[in-house]
Design a protein around this ligand. Structure first.
Ligand SMILES: [Zn+2]
Length: 159
């Protein structure tokens, strides 16, 4: 039976500070020790990280700051000051991570300060949990990850 698209939900866990290679490795080791992870595959206690478990964990390191967001259906980007639609300006500024000048209020804004719907996260690194059973980590799983990697954003992506 073909899977419905809603079953293909991935979660990006995007650390606020890019962890060093060593810290990342240690963090993944802790997940393995906890039984959540077995290499790139879910461990016997994967359900304690996210309800319904996950199919695979992948470390994404694009080598530059990118936007992690829902890759299906696009998103809205608005000025934090005047709510002007800034999608075209945002897409231009993304390549260089420059400031975005708003045609609505003529002010320059940092990319991170723009209003995104649905939410996005900026980062140079993310843990990608493929095909999760739920759109959020369990509190205990989130706490363990926070201990290992510092604060992070959770971004759901379908498709
Ligand atoms: Zn504006």
């Amino acid at each position: 039976m073909p899977q419905r698209p809603t079953h293909r939900l991935n979660l990006y866990l995007v650390p606020e500070q890019e962890p060093s290679e060593l810290r990342l490795k240690e963090g993944l080791s802790r997940l393995e020790a906890w039984g959540v992870l077995d290499g790139a595959r879910p461990g016997p206690r994967a359900e304690e990280l996210v309800a319904g478990g996950f199919a695979m964990l992948r470390v994404d390191r694009p080598g530059r700051t990118i936007v992690y967001g829902n890759r299906q259906g696009g998103y809205r980007v608005r000025c934090p000051g005047c709510e002007h639609n800034l999608v075209p300006e945002f897409n231009r500024a993304l390549a260089t991570l420059s400031l975005v000048s708003c045609p609505g209020c003529a002010k320059a804004h940092r990319l991170r300060d723009l209003h995104f719907a649905p939410p996005v996260a900026f980062g140079r690194c993310a843990l990608e949990l493929r095909r999760v059973g739920a759109p959020e980590l369990r509190p205990a799983g989130a706490a363990l990850l926070r201990e290992a990697l510092g604060d992070f954003a959770t971004i759901g992506s379908r498709g």
